[in-house]
Design a protein around this ligand. Sequence first.
Ligand code: HEM
Ligand code: SF4
Ligand code: SF4
Length: 475
Amino acid sequence: MNHLGSLTIFFGWIVLISGLWLLIFFRTSISGAFESLEYLTYEQWYLGGIMRSLHRYASDAMIITIALHIFREFSRNTYRLTRWFSWVAGIPLVWMVFILGISGYWLVWDELAQYVAITSSELLDAIPIFTSKMAANFLQDSALSNRFFTLMAFLHLIGLPIFLVFGIWLHVFRLTSPKINPPKQLMAGSLLAMLVLSLVFPAVSQDQANLALATQTIELDWFYLHVFPLVKIWSPGWVWVFLVGISTLIMFAPWLPPGKAQKAATVDLDNCNGCQRCADDCPYGAIQVVPRSDGKRYEHEVVVDPGLCTSCGICVGACPTATPFRKRSPLVPGIDLPRNSAELLKEAIEDTTETFPLVLSFACTGSTELAWLEAHDKPVVEVSCVGQIPPSYLDYVLSRNRAARVLLTGCGGSCTHRFGMDWTEQRIRRTRDPNLRRRLGADRIAMAWCEPWCSMRGLKAQLAALEMQAAETDE
Ligand code: HEM
Ligand code: SF4
Ligand code: SF4
């Protein structure tokens, strides 16, 4: 579930590579197009046929992963407030993918292509900007010029893919280290599944197009063409109203209803040594490193862009000056969250551990894990994101005997703030600064995060194991 965006890109690669193979043999003429694809499907079934099927099935798979990706981002609320950009930039991507798919069906020049060409032209003719009627091109074969066909091929094979690549770049450009590639096993598994599908159900054409005859029964591709029947049921104009209306509604979803942004992280230069760790760990590129302005001997300082900051607190977890061992009160680190500060975190730990619980849990705001721990009266401290907890706080809990064990849990298996779990795990395993100090046995800290369908089971098992371990050590 964490890899739907990158899986869509992977399917895009399959579409591109298989498309390049098809391009070598494809003839961009009315009479040649159908025959060249028939040749690939039947004469060269072992390679060209497989490439054609991969091209079709990977395109279909893109629609599935895009739909799941939208649903997932929507359900995780990662599209509102300062995170609106990827969402809004995603809408043109959907249009581009659909136009690419639909234009692909034209090129086969079979009966389905004839239906798609005529219906698309009716749709385009309903837009008042075109002076001559496109549908007139499809009254008979002789009216359809090879030039027009070549133009469609150019649009499908070169023009739109270039726009799509640019669109994907724009979609993720505000994110730090976007996950562009899914894990290798997932890539291998999906490619294998698609190869099997291509061999068992190879993609084939329907009967050759003949504009002199009306299309008989055609099999629609419901991934790309589900809107087409509406052109006959409603009218082209109403289909446009529906499509543009629904796209606009979804595009404005980040502001429906308008939300109130949390206050952005703030920098306190008196406590900042310009180490840049916060900038390295911020998932949204909200922290800029600039030359020092206060005359201190350090080379750099950091500046937060409130328009990009999601108030996740991951930067506080990265700051070496955010340590509860500091004597100064109130505790002010180099970077902090105004509403959920390092000082408040320390106070929350102290309040929750007054009775020395066996296990102290930390859980993210809004997560089902937090709700479960609270409902079962387990000692738990709420954090914006687990990445907000500097390792020195875990050291503090364990070395000052505030609790025997610590359990960290997040939002199901995938961090709402992208890197909170990854960075926390790396800090605890001492592969990312700031590290957990060596004097602490890492076995006294457990992390419970797995995908939503197993997250509660995982949490309960980890908690029970930790409680038992702590009780046995006490005895
Ligand atoms: C071709 C289609 C698309 C591709 C290839 C794609 C790809 C991606 C990738 C790679 C990420 C980054 C994941 C990460 O590193 O955390 C992402 C994030 C995201 N995408 Fe898409 N996406 C597509 C369409 C869409 C659409 C249609 C929407 C919504 C209308 C959408 C909404 C989002 C949102 C909200 C995020 C998360 C941004 C954040 O964490 O702040 N995407 N997408
Ligand atoms: S709170 Fe999160 S988004 Fe804001 S600056 Fe810190 S790490 Fe970046
Ligand atoms: S991590 Fe802390 S000390 Fe380092 S640059 Fe950021 S605010 Fe300054």
